[in-house]
Design a protein around this ligand. Structure first.
Ligand SMILES: NC(=O)C1=CN([C@@H]2O[C@H](COP(=O)(O)OP(=O)(O)OC[C@H]3O[C@@H](n4cnc5c(N)ncnc54)[C@H](O)[C@@H]3O)[C@@H](O)[C@H]2O)C=CC1
Ligand SMILES: O=C(O)C(=O)CO
Length: 325
């Protein structure tokens, strides 16, 4: 008999079929408050769990006595209680390499859109405001040769450094817990303390995971250190920035603007002040959202689960300590 799994994300037909060759699938469209009890019932028999989004917590695992592997279609896994999975000796896999370049492209899009006010001026053209030669009220600020500060020099940070260095001739500063030789040797990046990075950078790009240490890492005091001409970009996780403090800084124009792909609450509430600030470009968490990359991420997650339930985890395990026997 094939092992049972719970799938909580719609997959492309061929990947669904690949899963069906190995497992009996019970499928849900996400895990939400309204379907949690049905998910609990399905988990009773499940040996695997595959999907993305939602809060995947101890209560869910308590309803999954046979669970042996968990696979997320994402690189971030802050929505999972990984400690609890580890306590239960259950491996969890993610999809780190499939999306790196696409997310770095999204960050560059945010940098350009915010600095050159692409969204703002395009809206003005559509509104019929382009009636004469444009004046300084349409101008933005340059990107090339400006200083790029990267907070979180991991896979995506490195891919961003590559773009900024080769594409835009930007000097690069980075803040990280350890030295990143490749970033230094290939892209001339310089490691510095967060305070220095905030003071010196024209673009401060946050590419951090959400952890206890990174929660509200950028707050009132950090924003106050940024140049009034600087732009803050966040494509890591929303709660890394204290959003009310950011809104205050943007309203007071103590920074030039912000390009945001992630927010403290997603979807962004309709009454968020961020939506009415002209110096903000807000995206709906599309960092990895291209057809190709979303397919590759799903394929990677499917393969991760198949391998794990065969007892053959080779890569992308976020709690490898459970594999050591
Ligand atoms: N906007 C989007 O759609 C996407 C967002 N992400 C987010 O981006 C994050 C980074 O992804 P990757 O680069 O693939 O991960 P990664 O693990 O390669 O890089 C994260 C880096 O942050 C560093 N870091 C962690 N805590 C830190 C701290 N307190 N201070 C300084 N550095 C710290 C780590 O050492 C690591 O180098 C993910 O965890 C996820 O939250 C990832 C993919 C898509
Ligand atoms: O993979 C992630 O962590 C995302 O945020 C979406 O791709």
């Amino acid at each position: 008999m094939k092992p049972s799994i719970v799938l909580y994300k719609k997959l492309p037909a061929d990947l669904h079929q690949r899963l069906e060759e190995h497992f009996t699938i019970t499928e849900f469209d996400g895990i939400t408050e309204s379907n949690r009890s049905q998910v609990f019932d399905a988990l009773q028999n499940a040996e695997g769990l595959l999907g993305s989004g939602g809060k995947i917590d101890k209560e869910l695992f308590d309803h999954a006595p046979r669970l042996r592997a968990v696979s997320t279609i994402s690189v971030g896994y802050d929505n999972f209680d990984v400690k609890e999975l580890t306590r239960r000796q259950i491996p969890m896999m993610h999809t780190p390499t499939a999306l790196t370049d696409t997310v770095a492209d999204t960050v560059m899009a945010l940098v350009l859109a915010t600095a050159r006010r692409v969204v703002n001026v395009a809206e003005r053209v559509k509104a019929g405001e382009w009636n004469d030669n444009i004046g300084a009220d349409w101008f933005g600020t340059d990107v090339h040769h400006k200083t790029m500060g990267i907070v979180g020099m991991g896979r995506i940070g490195l891919a961003l450094a590559q773009r900024a260095h080769f594409g835009f001739d930007m000097p690069i500063l980075y803040n990280a817990r350890s030295q990143h030789k490749e970033a230094e040797e290939k892209f001339g990046a310089r490691k510095c303390e967060l305070d220095e990075l905030l003071k010196e950078s024209d673009f401060v790009c946050i590419l951090l995971p959400m952890t206890e240490q990174t929660f509200h890492l950028i707050g009132k005091n950090e924003l106050a250190q940024m140049k009034s001409s600087a732009i803050l970009i966040n494509a890591g996780r929303g709660p890394v920035i204290d959003e009310p403090a950011l809104i205050d800084a943007l309203k007071a124009k103590t920074i030039y603007g912000a390009g945001l792909d992630v927010f403290e609450t997603e979807p962004l509430p309709k009454d968020s002040p961020l939506l009415s600030l002209p110096n903000v470009v807000a995206l709906p968490h599309i960092g990895s959202a291209t057809h190709e990359t979303r397919y590759d991420m799903a394929a990677c997650a499917v393969d991760n689960l198949i391998a794990a339930l065969k007892g053959d985890v080779k890569q992308f395990c976020v709690n490898p300590e459970v594999l050591k026997k």
